[in-house]
Design a protein around this ligand. Structure first.
Ligand code: HEC
Length: 148
């Protein structure tokens, strides 16, 4: 293949990468998933304070098994995370495991265990947010995206 014919595909690749970084027209599905996670956390807090273990268990499971973004969005998130994908995934797994632990403590009616597990769960949310949230919002929504 002559070198001159290589130019075009490379340009197309570059512009596709550019499109990935372009601001989203509509919020990503991940944002709605996160909003739901926030809601479930509130219900869990409420459930713990009222010792409604059935409610706590139910919403801890909804956190652990939260829906995934659609495939195309996953590909875009992959593009964002790049070489940090392993860390991004590890935070998600940690959140999953800690939500499972909250559910277990709730099922056992273990108030102290549920509180400790909940604090750990909250820490795992915060860990991913402090590592990824700001760059994520900038990447998909632009520099002022965080001040919606
Ligand atoms: C693997 C990384 C990761 C984990 C783990 C994670 N989040 Fe998030 N979260 C994000 C990212 C990235 C955003 C920014 C999304 C956006 O603004 O579009 C976000 C944003 C949010 C928001 C704001 C949504 C909005 O309306 O702007 C809430 C609320 C939230 N997360 C709750 C949670 C809770 C609760 C947990 C733990 C149970 C959690 N998140 C765990 C990555 C994560």
């Amino acid at each position: 293949m002559r070198l001159a014919t290589l130019g075009k595909p490379i340009l197309i690749c570059v512009s596709l990468l550019g499109a990935h970084a372009a601001h989203a027209d509509a919020p990503l599905a991940l944002r709605a998933i996160m909003k739901d996670l926030g809601h479930h956390m509130q219900v869990v807090t409420d459930g713990i304070s009222r010792e409604d273990w059935e409610l706590v268990e139910k919403h801890a499971r909804l956190i652990a098994d939260h829906p995934q973004p659609p495939f195309t969005e996953k590909a875009r998130i992959l593009g964002f995370a790049g070489s940090n994908l392993g860390r991004f995934r590890a935070y998600d797994t940690e959140t999953h495991d800690r939500a499972v632990a909250v559910g277990k403590a709730a099922r056992a009616g273990d108030a102290h265990g549920a509180i400790v597990a909940f604090q750990k769960l909250q820490t795992s949310c915060d860990d991913c947010h402090s590592a990824f949230r700001k760059p994520f919002v900038e990447y998909f929504y632009g520099r002022n995206g965080i001040e919606r």
